[in-house]
Design a protein around this ligand. Sequence first.
Ligand SMILES: [Zn+2]
Length: 83
Amino acid sequence: MKKVQIPSGEPAGRVACQQCGNTKNFVEIAENVLVTTRYLQNSDGSFTPQESDTNIFGTVQFVCGICGADMTRFHAHFLEMSF
Ligand SMILES: [Zn+2]
């Protein structure tokens, strides 16, 4: 099991980029994503999406949205804190 790294920023628990100090903008990058969407064809020949599944097979990176610094070690914390 991976250990969750708790950020030490102020206030406690906030992630801050150690390169540029950004605390607001972050980007999650998922590689090799398979999106499966089910459609129903209507009587007029048009299609209506019913549901879609997203499966991530590759790695997920978490980076600073300003300077692009790799902050993947905070990704588990990000998942716990994203609602
Ligand atoms: Zn940054």
